[in-house]
Write a protein that binds this ligand. Structure first.
Ligand code: ZN
Length: 114
């Protein structure tokens, strides 16, 4: 299961961070999941829940998931604008040479520990 291995990766990242900061427990973990990343947030949360329960540092951790969306970047003027599925054009220079950026990854955006 794809989400489970991602959750495992997050857990090892968190344990390494807690170790670096001599934390006794991790309280809140916020991750951003791109809407185009092909990750099912519920499955990811379930995997995290199963893994964190087994670990003293993580057993009370609250996982918050934020969904992020891709944006369009204009190849002509560099402008950034919201991603649209209809034929897009740059709101600044009118160019139709746009590239989609972001919205396809999983990022650990914030962690609170004690
Ligand atoms: Zn432009």
């Amino acid at each position: 299961m794809h989400e489970f291995s991602l959750a495992q990766g997050l857990v090892s990242q968190l344990l390494a961070l807690a170790d670096q900061h001599n934390a006794l427990k991790i309280c809140t973990v916020r991750v951003a999941i791109g809407s185009q990343a092909g990750i099912v947030a519920d499955s990811f949360a379930f995997g995290f829940d199963v893994l964190s329960r087994e670990n003293g540092l993580l057993k009370d951790a609250v996982l918050e998931i934020i969904e992020t969306h891709p944006q369009h970047r204009c190849l002509d003027c560099g402008g950034i604008m919201p991603f649209t599925l209809t034929k897009p054009s740059c709101s600044q220079c009118g160019s139709q040479r746009l590239a989609s950026v972001g919205g396809d990854d999983l990022i650990l955006s914030q962690i609170e520990m004690e």
